[in-house]
Design a protein around this ligand. Sequence first.
Ligand code: SF4
Length: 202
Amino acid sequence: MINARIFGISRHRLTTDGEGVTTLVAFNGCPLRCKYCLNKTSWEPEKGRDYTPETLFEEVKIDQLYFLATHGGVTFGGGEPLLQVEFIKAFRVLCGPQWQILAETSLNVPFEKVETLDSVLDGYIIDIKDMNPEIYKDYTGKDNALVISNLEWLLKSGDPNRIIVRVPHIPELNTDEDMKCSKDQLAAMGVKNVDEFNYIIR
Ligand code: SF4
C-alpha cells in the first residue's frame, strides 16, 4: 500500500502557491537542513498523520468545485514532495487531469524522481536558495549540483513557463550582488519566471 506522512493541509489559498484556489499539502521528510526553515516539523518523522492517496483525495476533494472554477488544485510541499513519487502518481490517477498539481520543491532529489513526476505535474515552484555552491552549502548543508542539473533538464523537457524559481535574500548569507548573480545565471539557463523574496528569521 502506498502511504506518506503529511504534517499539514491548508485549504483555500489564493495565488500564494499557484493559480486559482489551491490546497497546500505538506509532506514530512526533507534532504536539506536550511538554517531559516519555516517547516522544521517536516524534519520530525513522528509528527503528522499517515495518508494513502485515497484518504488524501477523499479529504481534499471537498474543494473540487473551487479548483475547477479557478484553474486551481493541489500544491504538494513539505518537506520535499518530489521524494513522494508513487504517492503523487497515484493521487493524479484519482483526481484526474483537470486539477492543477504543482510541487513546491528544492529540486535537490535524484534525477529519476524528477523525470518520473514531470509527466504528472503541471508546474513547479522551485526554491533555488542561491546559485553559488558555497552559499548554498552554508545555508542547506548540501551541494547544489543536482538542483542545477535537474533544473536544466526541466527547462529543456517542457514549457519553461510551468516553472517559477524563487530567489530569496538569505540574511547574513547572501547579498544583493549574490542575488543578481543567481538571477543572471537563471536567465541564461532559460528561466522565465523569478520570484524574489526575503526569508524571515523567527
Ligand atoms: S528545503 Fe524547505 S523544508 Fe527543507 S529544510 Fe529547506 S526550507 Fe526546510
